[in-house]
Design a protein around this ligand. Sequence first.
Ligand code: FES
Length: 139
Amino acid sequence: MPVISNHQANTPSSTRFLYETPVDICLEEPLKAGDSKALVVELPEPPNGDRTDRAFFYRLSSGEVVGYFNRCTHVSVPLNFDDDRFLDAAGFVMCRLHGARYELETGRVCLGPAMGNLTRVLFEERSGVLRVLGWERVR
Ligand code: FES
């Protein structure tokens, strides 16, 4: 079982955990630009304390993939309407329950009622595999 390292970089503005052993997530199909994918992930120490959690990943038009835990920071519910639909018409991550909005590229909250930012999944992408290294919560 992967073990949390004590490699934490906590600053006044963020909390970061890096796993001693990364966790690989294989996508069934590669993400194309504009695609998002919601997944149930098993991680050794997710930020909410449950080993099984939800996350989603999105490929930006630049080719970069961003990933966040799929929990609204207002009430801890999954954000998406349908399986893999997270964005509103303007390209913000939108919570299905009360309509909070988050910047897709950063996870920063930009419209309430949520007050906190999304928790970012830290990972590397290698040949269709997302290697999860840890997570980061920015205040
Ligand atoms: S639960 Fe997401 S805005 Fe209320």
